[in-house]
Ligand binder design. Structure first.
Ligand code: PEP
Ligand code: CO
Length: 454
């Protein structure tokens, strides 16, 4: 196992890691003080990594398996993590929700589920406008806690590079707690199963009774056989975020001493967002240089040839597991747009793992003025994703969700119906609406049914 990681000496660039600097980088903050940014970057570039190359390589193998239908990816977490909420309770609730969903999905898929959080680094957001205006006052937009503050004051909205260091510090603390929860017995399958039994006590979820009973029988069978092994007690859990702020990602890149290859060590998996996936842009250039498994979001305007070109650029060796396409077309567009993209990418012999993000194509503003999504649209996009892949004989490899482990009211619908009037009760997200704990579990039960027919 290779775990040694070296910093790249300042002023040298053997791996072309700084080549992105000569290209246009969209969605970057305007830092007021270049010197302060350089100081922070210098400190981060010698700091300890959050993850090590060997773990990233393991994830590449897992994602390759998901691409072949021998595993299924569950990636979930906040749209935007916040520094204020990076406490053990909130983190535990998120991890618990993902673990509970994973048990249900594992049963549906009859394959391992690869668990990954949008966690420990999801602190930067692409925005549709550089500014925000309220009551005639215009300020820079909020770009995530890694960049500036959410409070609508001039001081808070000024990008502050010290926040990059704070993001690193809080991310390492988060990663540490996640490792504790997933390695220390908390994640024991039998315990997670008990939580799911608790969820099923609510009559609102009676329609999932059959699946729940089947899982229960499987677990009791295992127990009766005396099955008790490490894999029941601990869980492999990966970290991911959108690689948006390139100064942060570059500063946390390390060269693996054994293989000589550079790795982004801010997370196991990094993705390029829909707004920054230009073929000649800085984000694609930078991520083409790191050896991690990476993702690209593909929205409803994706031309099949662009997807193929991205794959050739980001994965020239066509290594399975290296590249994941996360499609987010919207329930209304997916059935019309996705088939051609998948068919042409497949015909071009591109190795890719297909994942659905049923969130970002389905954002609406409710009558009461909240940015929200309909639970039915979310499920409809997942249904369409499975249909398209089934028709083409390709593999639906995973699910990418915005969710939280708390009882927030941000997405409309679900069996414990959240209505437009109900959104105001506990709407906490700073950017996009998240499924709450119950809506997340419901999604898992419905997707599990789709997986049995995969
Ligand atoms: C996100 O994942 O929060 C996001 C901004 O997604 P996208 O790039 O697909 O719009
Ligand atoms: Co989002």
């Amino acid at each position: 196992m290779s775990t040694a990681v070296d910093s790249v000496a300042p002023g040298t660039d053997p791996e072309g890691l700084d080549r992105f600097r000569s290209l246009e980088a969209l969605q970057q903050p305007t830092w007021p003080d270049a010197g302060a940014l350089a100081d922070v970057a210098a400190r981060l570039s010698v700091a300890a990594p959050l993850v090590v190359p060997a773990e990233a390589d393991t994830l590449t193998e897992r994602l390759a398996a998901a691409g072949r239908g021998e595993a299924f990816l569950l990636q979930g977490g906040d749209c935007a993590e916040t520094f204020a909420d990076a406490n053990a309770t909130r983190i535990r609730n998120k991890v618990r929700t993902i673990l509970q969903m994973a048990v249900v999905l594992t049963h549906g898929a009859s394959t391992p589920v690869v668990k990954m959080g949008r966690l420990a680094g999801q602190y930067a957001k692409p925005r549709s406008s550089d500014t925000e205006t309220r009551d005639g006052v215009t300020l820079p937009c909020y770009r995530g806690d890694m960049v500036n503050g959410h409070a609508f004051t001039p001081e808070s909205r000024i990008p502050d590079p010290r926040r990059l260091e704070e993001a690193y510090r809080i991310s390492t603390a988060t990663a540490n707690v996640v490792r504790g929860f997933t390695q220390g017995g908390y994640a024991d399958l039998r315990r997670v199963h008990e939580w799911n039994r608790g969820f099923m006590l609510n009559p609102a979820y009676a329609r999932y009774e059959r699946t729940a009973t089947e899982i229960d029988r499987a677990i009791r069978f295992m127990d009766a056989c005396g099955a008790d092994f490490d894999a029941l007690r601990t869980v492999e859990f990966f970290l991911s975020h959108e690689a948006l702020i390139l100064d942060y990602e570059r500063a946390l890149t390390r060269v693996d001493a054994r293989s000589g290859r550079p790795y982004g060590t801010s997370a196991h998996f990094l993705w390029i967002g829909e707004r920054t996936r230009q073929l000649d842009g800085a984000h694609v250039e930078f991520l083409s240089r790191v050896a991690n498994p990476i993702g690209v979001k593909l929205g409803p305007t994706t031309a099949p040839d662009d997807a193929i070109a991205l794959a050739r650029r980001l994965n020239p060796d066509n290594t399975p597991g290296r590249l994941t396409f996360i499609t987010r077309m919207g329930a209304g567009r997916l059935r019309e747009v996705l088939p051609e993209v998948v068919a042409k990418v497949t015909a071009a012999d591109v190795a890719v793992t297909w994942v659905t993000d049923p969130m970002h194509g389905n954002t609406i503003t409710s009558d009461s003025g909240f940015k929200t999504r309909r639970f039915t649209d979310v499920l409809d996009e997942v249904t369409g994703f499975f249909e398209v892949h089934r028709e083409l004989g390709t593999v639906p490899g995973g699910l990418h969700m915005e969710l939280t482990g708390d009882d927030v009211t941000e997405v409309l619908g679900g069996s414990e119906e959240i209505s437009d009037a109900g959104l105001a009760e506990r709407y906490e997200t700073l950017v996009d609406p998240r499924l709450n704990h119950q809506q997340s579990l419901e999604t898992a039960f419905q997707v599990a049914e789709m997986l049995t027919r995969r």
